[in-house]
Ligand binder design. Structure first.
Ligand SMILES: C[S@@+](CC[C@H](N)C(=O)[O-])C[C@H]1O[C@@H](n2cnc3c(N)ncnc32)[C@H](O)[C@@H]1O
Length: 283
Protein backbone atom coordinates (compact mmCIF):
# COMPACT_ATOMS: atom_id res chain seq x y z
CA UNK A 1 0.00 0.00 0.00
CA UNK A 2 2.79 2.39 0.77
CA UNK A 3 4.20 2.06 -2.78
CA UNK A 4 0.71 2.72 -4.11
CA UNK A 5 0.33 5.83 -1.97
CA UNK A 6 3.78 7.04 -2.99
CA UNK A 7 2.81 6.71 -6.66
CA UNK A 8 -0.45 8.53 -5.96
CA UNK A 9 1.09 11.50 -4.19
CA UNK A 10 4.45 11.47 -5.98
CA UNK A 11 3.63 14.61 -8.00
CA UNK A 12 2.67 16.64 -4.94
CA UNK A 13 5.41 15.75 -2.41
CA UNK A 14 9.12 15.19 -2.15
CA UNK A 15 10.51 11.71 -1.37
CA UNK A 16 11.18 12.60 2.30
CA UNK A 17 7.71 14.11 2.82
CA UNK A 18 6.19 10.95 1.35
CA UNK A 19 8.12 8.61 3.61
CA UNK A 20 6.67 10.35 6.68
CA UNK A 21 3.14 10.07 5.34
CA UNK A 22 3.10 6.49 4.25
CA UNK A 23 4.42 5.08 7.50
CA UNK A 24 1.01 5.51 9.11
CA UNK A 25 -1.73 4.76 6.69
CA UNK A 26 -4.53 2.22 7.25
CA UNK A 27 -7.43 1.25 5.02
CA UNK A 28 -10.28 -0.29 7.04
CA UNK A 29 -13.26 -1.11 4.84
CA UNK A 30 -14.53 2.22 3.51
CA UNK A 31 -12.34 4.25 5.87
CA UNK A 32 -8.80 5.55 5.44
CA UNK A 33 -6.94 6.76 8.53
CA UNK A 34 -3.62 8.53 8.33
CA UNK A 35 -1.33 10.59 10.47
CA UNK A 36 -0.13 13.81 8.85
CA UNK A 37 3.04 15.45 10.15
CA UNK A 38 2.80 19.14 11.14
CA UNK A 39 4.98 20.10 8.17
CA UNK A 40 2.31 18.79 5.75
CA UNK A 41 -0.81 19.81 7.65
CA UNK A 42 -1.70 22.60 5.17
CA UNK A 43 -1.86 20.02 2.42
CA UNK A 44 -4.15 17.60 4.27
CA UNK A 45 -7.19 18.27 2.08
CA UNK A 46 -5.21 17.70 -1.14
CA UNK A 47 -3.85 14.46 0.31
CA UNK A 48 -7.31 13.31 1.38
CA UNK A 49 -8.98 14.21 -1.93
CA UNK A 50 -6.27 12.32 -3.86
CA UNK A 51 -6.76 9.25 -1.67
CA UNK A 52 -10.55 9.41 -2.06
CA UNK A 53 -10.25 9.71 -5.84
CA UNK A 54 -7.90 6.77 -6.17
CA UNK A 55 -8.92 4.17 -3.61
CA UNK A 56 -12.14 2.65 -4.93
CA UNK A 57 -13.43 1.38 -1.57
CA UNK A 58 -12.73 4.65 0.30
CA UNK A 59 -15.69 6.80 1.38
CA UNK A 60 -14.14 8.66 4.33
CA UNK A 61 -10.62 9.92 5.03
CA UNK A 62 -9.75 10.72 8.65
CA UNK A 63 -6.63 12.28 10.08
CA UNK A 64 -5.56 10.88 13.45
CA UNK A 65 -5.06 13.83 15.80
CA UNK A 66 -4.17 12.08 19.05
CA UNK A 67 -2.29 8.99 20.10
CA UNK A 68 -4.30 5.94 21.23
CA UNK A 69 -5.51 7.06 24.66
CA UNK A 70 -7.51 6.17 27.76
CA UNK A 71 -8.88 2.89 29.11
CA UNK A 72 -10.81 2.29 25.90
CA UNK A 73 -7.64 2.71 23.76
CA UNK A 74 -9.34 5.04 21.29
CA UNK A 75 -7.96 7.91 19.20
CA UNK A 76 -9.23 11.33 18.13
CA UNK A 77 -10.03 11.65 14.44
CA UNK A 78 -10.70 14.62 12.17
CA UNK A 79 -12.60 14.07 8.93
CA UNK A 80 -10.58 15.53 6.04
CA UNK A 81 -12.57 14.20 3.06
CA UNK A 82 -15.75 12.27 2.29
CA UNK A 83 -18.55 11.13 4.59
CA UNK A 84 -18.36 11.51 8.34
CA UNK A 85 -19.08 7.88 9.15
CA UNK A 86 -16.63 6.09 11.46
CA UNK A 87 -18.48 2.77 11.18
CA UNK A 88 -17.54 0.27 8.48
CA UNK A 89 -17.26 -3.42 7.65
CA UNK A 90 -13.83 -5.02 7.41
CA UNK A 91 -12.75 -8.47 6.17
CA UNK A 92 -9.91 -10.55 7.58
CA UNK A 93 -9.11 -14.24 6.94
CA UNK A 94 -12.61 -14.82 5.54
CA UNK A 95 -14.34 -13.29 8.60
CA UNK A 96 -16.37 -10.07 8.61
CA UNK A 97 -16.31 -7.40 11.28
CA UNK A 98 -18.34 -4.30 11.94
CA UNK A 99 -15.96 -1.74 13.43
CA UNK A 100 -16.28 1.76 14.81
CA UNK A 101 -12.90 3.43 14.44
CA UNK A 102 -13.87 6.32 16.72
CA UNK A 103 -15.62 4.69 19.70
CA UNK A 104 -13.51 1.52 19.86
CA UNK A 105 -9.97 0.27 19.33
CA UNK A 106 -9.33 -1.44 16.05
CA UNK A 107 -6.15 -2.14 14.07
CA UNK A 108 -5.77 -4.16 10.87
CA UNK A 109 -2.06 -4.42 11.72
CA UNK A 110 -2.71 -7.23 14.21
CA UNK A 111 -4.15 -9.58 11.59
CA UNK A 112 -1.06 -11.82 11.33
CA UNK A 113 -0.90 -12.11 15.12
CA UNK A 114 -4.59 -12.99 15.29
CA UNK A 115 -4.06 -15.81 12.81
CA UNK A 116 -0.89 -17.00 14.57
CA UNK A 117 -2.73 -17.37 17.89
CA UNK A 118 -5.67 -19.08 16.16
CA UNK A 119 -3.20 -21.57 14.64
CA UNK A 120 -1.83 -22.44 18.09
CA UNK A 121 -5.26 -23.14 19.55
CA UNK A 122 -6.42 -26.77 19.78
CA UNK A 123 -9.83 -28.34 19.27
CA UNK A 124 -12.13 -28.26 22.30
CA UNK A 125 -10.20 -25.58 24.14
CA UNK A 126 -11.93 -22.96 26.25
CA UNK A 127 -10.44 -19.51 25.65
CA UNK A 128 -10.78 -16.24 27.56
CA UNK A 129 -10.05 -13.03 25.65
CA UNK A 130 -9.62 -10.55 28.53
CA UNK A 131 -9.46 -7.41 26.39
CA UNK A 132 -11.52 -8.44 23.39
CA UNK A 133 -12.29 -5.11 21.71
CA UNK A 134 -14.78 -5.76 18.90
CA UNK A 135 -14.02 -9.48 19.11
CA UNK A 136 -11.53 -9.93 16.28
CA UNK A 137 -9.13 -12.44 17.91
CA UNK A 138 -12.06 -14.54 19.12
CA UNK A 139 -13.85 -14.70 15.77
CA UNK A 140 -10.64 -15.65 13.92
CA UNK A 141 -9.89 -18.38 16.51
CA UNK A 142 -13.45 -19.71 16.26
CA UNK A 143 -13.31 -19.72 12.45
CA UNK A 144 -10.16 -21.84 12.26
CA UNK A 145 -10.41 -24.01 15.37
CA UNK A 146 -13.32 -26.04 16.68
CA UNK A 147 -13.04 -24.60 20.19
CA UNK A 148 -15.54 -25.45 22.93
CA UNK A 149 -16.10 -21.88 24.09
CA UNK A 150 -14.64 -18.38 23.98
CA UNK A 151 -15.32 -15.74 26.64
CA UNK A 152 -14.87 -12.10 25.56
CA UNK A 153 -14.41 -9.33 28.10
CA UNK A 154 -14.26 -5.59 27.41
CA UNK A 155 -14.84 -2.55 29.58
CA UNK A 156 -15.99 -0.36 26.68
CA UNK A 157 -19.72 -0.86 26.06
CA UNK A 158 -19.42 0.13 22.37
CA UNK A 159 -16.72 -2.53 21.85
CA UNK A 160 -18.76 -5.08 23.84
CA UNK A 161 -21.84 -4.49 21.68
CA UNK A 162 -19.82 -4.82 18.49
CA UNK A 163 -18.23 -8.05 19.78
CA UNK A 164 -21.75 -9.49 20.21
CA UNK A 165 -22.70 -8.23 16.74
CA UNK A 166 -19.54 -9.71 15.16
CA UNK A 167 -20.06 -13.10 16.81
CA UNK A 168 -23.57 -13.20 15.30
CA UNK A 169 -22.39 -11.87 11.92
CA UNK A 170 -19.95 -14.78 11.68
CA UNK A 171 -22.51 -17.27 13.08
CA UNK A 172 -20.48 -17.96 16.21
CA UNK A 173 -22.80 -16.62 18.88
CA UNK A 174 -23.37 -20.07 20.37
CA UNK A 175 -19.67 -20.41 21.07
CA UNK A 176 -18.68 -16.85 21.94
CA UNK A 177 -20.06 -15.31 25.13
CA UNK A 178 -19.42 -11.60 25.76
CA UNK A 179 -19.11 -9.78 29.10
CA UNK A 180 -18.97 -6.02 29.55
CA UNK A 181 -16.91 -4.75 32.48
CA UNK A 182 -13.51 -4.63 34.11
CA UNK A 183 -11.58 -7.84 33.45
CA UNK A 184 -10.64 -8.24 37.15
CA UNK A 185 -14.28 -8.13 38.22
CA UNK A 186 -15.58 -10.34 35.40
CA UNK A 187 -12.87 -12.97 35.95
CA UNK A 188 -13.55 -13.20 39.67
CA UNK A 189 -17.36 -13.24 39.29
CA UNK A 190 -17.74 -15.47 36.22
CA UNK A 191 -14.59 -16.85 34.62
CA UNK A 192 -12.39 -18.38 37.31
CA UNK A 193 -10.92 -21.80 36.46
CA UNK A 194 -12.71 -22.22 33.13
CA UNK A 195 -10.09 -21.73 30.41
CA UNK A 196 -7.16 -23.49 28.77
CA UNK A 197 -5.90 -20.37 27.00
CA UNK A 198 -6.04 -16.67 27.87
CA UNK A 199 -5.40 -13.69 25.59
CA UNK A 200 -4.18 -10.40 27.11
CA UNK A 201 -4.11 -7.95 24.15
CA UNK A 202 -3.71 -4.80 26.26
CA UNK A 203 0.06 -4.22 26.03
CA UNK A 204 0.04 -1.03 28.13
CA UNK A 205 -1.46 -2.70 31.20
CA UNK A 206 -1.44 -6.49 30.82
CA UNK A 207 1.17 -6.88 33.57
CA UNK A 208 -1.38 -5.63 36.12
CA UNK A 209 -3.78 -8.45 35.17
CA UNK A 210 -1.43 -11.47 35.30
CA UNK A 211 -2.99 -12.89 38.49
CA UNK A 212 -6.45 -12.58 36.91
CA UNK A 213 -5.26 -14.33 33.74
CA UNK A 214 -3.81 -17.20 35.81
CA UNK A 215 -7.08 -17.35 37.79
CA UNK A 216 -8.92 -18.00 34.50
CA UNK A 217 -6.95 -21.21 33.91
CA UNK A 218 -8.51 -24.61 34.58
CA UNK A 219 -6.58 -26.27 37.43
CA UNK A 220 -3.97 -23.49 37.19
CA UNK A 221 -2.58 -24.77 33.88
CA UNK A 222 -2.67 -23.39 30.37
CA UNK A 223 -1.28 -20.90 27.90
CA UNK A 224 -1.34 -17.13 28.32
CA UNK A 225 -0.60 -14.76 25.44
CA UNK A 226 0.95 -11.82 27.25
CA UNK A 227 1.21 -8.57 25.24
CA UNK A 228 3.64 -5.84 26.22
CA UNK A 229 5.22 -2.62 24.97
CA UNK A 230 8.96 -2.17 25.15
CA UNK A 231 11.17 0.84 24.46
CA UNK A 232 14.55 -0.26 23.08
CA UNK A 233 17.37 0.83 20.76
CA UNK A 234 17.15 -2.28 18.60
CA UNK A 235 14.89 -5.24 17.96
CA UNK A 236 17.43 -7.51 19.62
CA UNK A 237 17.36 -5.54 22.86
CA UNK A 238 13.54 -5.26 22.66
CA UNK A 239 13.42 -9.07 22.72
CA UNK A 240 15.81 -9.22 25.68
CA UNK A 241 13.87 -6.60 27.65
CA UNK A 242 10.56 -8.27 26.74
CA UNK A 243 11.83 -11.64 27.98
CA UNK A 244 12.99 -10.11 31.29
CA UNK A 245 9.67 -8.26 31.76
CA UNK A 246 7.67 -11.42 31.02
CA UNK A 247 9.75 -13.44 33.50
CA UNK A 248 9.20 -10.73 36.09
CA UNK A 249 5.43 -10.55 35.47
CA UNK A 250 5.05 -14.34 35.88
CA UNK A 251 7.66 -14.79 38.64
CA UNK A 252 5.05 -15.96 41.16
CA UNK A 253 3.95 -18.83 38.95
CA UNK A 254 5.63 -21.95 37.67
CA UNK A 255 5.93 -21.10 33.98
CA UNK A 256 7.86 -21.38 30.76
CA UNK A 257 8.11 -18.61 28.15
CA UNK A 258 7.77 -20.81 25.06
CA UNK A 259 7.93 -18.12 22.42
CA UNK A 260 8.35 -14.37 22.34
CA UNK A 261 8.32 -12.10 19.32
CA UNK A 262 7.89 -8.55 18.09
CA UNK A 263 4.39 -8.08 16.72
CA UNK A 264 5.11 -4.63 15.27
CA UNK A 265 6.94 -1.36 15.76
CA UNK A 266 4.46 1.11 17.28
CA UNK A 267 6.74 4.16 17.33
CA UNK A 268 10.38 5.13 17.02
CA UNK A 269 12.33 2.62 19.17
CA UNK A 270 9.06 1.39 20.66
CA UNK A 271 7.80 -2.14 20.04
CA UNK A 272 4.75 -4.27 20.70
CA UNK A 273 5.68 -7.80 21.75
CA UNK A 274 3.82 -10.94 22.68
CA UNK A 275 5.02 -13.81 24.86
CA UNK A 276 3.38 -17.23 24.78
CA UNK A 277 3.64 -18.30 28.42
CA UNK A 278 2.86 -21.86 29.51
CA UNK A 279 1.70 -21.80 33.12
CA UNK A 280 2.04 -25.01 35.13
CA UNK A 281 0.38 -25.89 38.39
CA UNK A 282 2.24 -25.02 41.59
CA UNK A 283 5.17 -22.69 42.20
C1 LIG B 1 -5.84 -2.97 22.35
S1 LIG B 1 -7.56 -3.13 22.55
C2 LIG B 1 -7.95 -4.80 22.12
C3 LIG B 1 -7.80 -5.09 20.70
C4 LIG B 1 -8.49 -6.31 20.20
N1 LIG B 1 -8.04 -7.49 20.86
C5 LIG B 1 -8.32 -6.40 18.70
O1 LIG B 1 -7.60 -7.25 18.20
O2 LIG B 1 -8.91 -5.57 18.01
C6 LIG B 1 -7.70 -3.23 24.30
C7 LIG B 1 -9.13 -3.34 24.78
O3 LIG B 1 -9.09 -3.52 26.21
C8 LIG B 1 -10.21 -2.87 26.76
N2 LIG B 1 -9.94 -2.66 28.19
C9 LIG B 1 -9.13 -1.73 28.76
N3 LIG B 1 -9.10 -1.87 30.10
C10 LIG B 1 -9.89 -2.94 30.39
C11 LIG B 1 -10.25 -3.60 31.59
N4 LIG B 1 -9.80 -3.18 32.77
N5 LIG B 1 -11.08 -4.65 31.53
C12 LIG B 1 -11.57 -5.09 30.32
N6 LIG B 1 -11.27 -4.49 29.15
C13 LIG B 1 -10.44 -3.44 29.17
C14 LIG B 1 -10.38 -1.60 25.93
O4 LIG B 1 -11.68 -1.11 25.97
C15 LIG B 1 -9.96 -2.10 24.53
O5 LIG B 1 -11.07 -2.45 23.76
Amino acid sequence: MSTFLKRLLGNIFTESELSKLTSSFDVIGTIVILKIPDTLIDKRHVIAATILDNIKSARSVYMQTSPIIGDYRTRKLELIAGDDNPITFYKEYACRFKVDVEQTYFSPRLSTERFRIASLTSENEVVTNMFAGVGTFSVIICKYRNVKKIYNVDINRAAHELSIYNSRLNKMDEKIECFCGDAKEIVSSSLTGKSNRVLMPLPEKAKYFVKDAVDCLEEGRGVIHFFLHVGADSKKSAIEIGKAETEDAFSEYSHDVQFLHIVREVGPRFYQLVSDVVVKKGN
